[in-house]
Design a protein around this ligand. Structure first.
Ligand SMILES: [Zn+2]
Ligand SMILES: [Zn+2]
Length: 251
């Protein structure tokens, strides 16, 4: 039987020069800001609009500073990345080799474990480098699989439109609805144009919807004007809230 510590150390030793080369090639340390989008699993490193770089990632796992525990992504219900199931391959590998740390979903740990897990993930899943996002209470360990270079890439375009931080859904694209639309009751759902979830929008377009009562007022005033807008009291919500409201009205 292979010894886990020996195995983990040898994978870490292999990753270090690869990671050094990766950091040098993309000048990783020159970027002071990071942002990651879980819908597209894209990491953006940037200084400003003109100085930025994008990578696709697989979320490997998190280390919580408060509970001092590691949690694999496949075990973590809070992570919404669709590709987190890739980490099940690491779990399988752990079971085959009786490496407990690789197949238990969560356990007491330290932040050094995370780097070994990244190295093992790199071996099993492949990639171009790794990244460690540090927030107030978590280390989030990412395996980077490819750089996205095309700035006309639709996912990057959408990611850049995600400018509002909804308390419930995180960073999303803004949407505008009348004061009457809500997440409990159906009040009608008139849209400025037909929409579907995740659709691309031009920069000058926004999701916009209003209720049946607002539609009556809008027709009465022959469109949006000071009076109909006063009745509607348009408010800002996020796109996910918008589509939840739409669902309530079109069950
Ligand atoms: Zn309304
Ligand atoms: Zn929202």
């Amino acid at each position: 039987m292979r010894d886990y510590n020996e195995f983990a150390q040898s994978e870490l030793d292999k990753l270090i020069p690869i990671q050094d080369k990766f950091k040098a090639e993309f000048n990783i340390d020159s970027f002071v800001n990071w942002f990651y989008d879980s819908d597209f699993h894209i990491l953006r490193l940037y200084n400003d609009e003109n100085d930025e770089i994008f990578f696709k990632y697989i979320p490997i796992g998190t280390f919580s500073f408060s509970s001092e525990t590691w949690m694999w992504s496949w075990f973590n219900n809070y992570l919404s990345e669709s590709n987190k199931s890739e980490t099940l391959k690491i779990k399988d590998f752990g079971e085959e080799n009786s490496f407990k740390k690789l197949y238990e979903g969560t356990f007491p740990s330290d932040k050094f474990d995370g780097w070994e897990f990244l190295a093992i993930s790199y071996k099993i899943l492949g990639g171009i480098g790794v990244y460690n996002v540090i927030t107030d209470n978590l280390n989030f360990y990412l395996l980077l699989t490819e750089q996205i270079t095309n700035n006309n890439n639709p996912e990057i375009k959408m990611l850049k439109q995600k400018k509002m931080d909804c308390g419930n859904h995180g960073f999303k694209r803004p949407a505008y609805v009348c004061q009457h639309l809500n997440l409990q009751t159906a009040v009608g759902f008139e849209e400025a144009f037909e929409t579907y979830e995740g659709m691309e929008l031009d920069d000058e377009d926004d999701f916009q919807a209003w209720c049946n009562e607002c539609e009556k007022v809008r027709i009465k005033y022959d469109g949006w004007n000071e009076e109909s807008e006063k009745f509607a009291q348009i408010k800002l919500v996020c796109e996910d809230c918008y589509f939840e409201m739409k669902k309530i009205n079109n069950p």
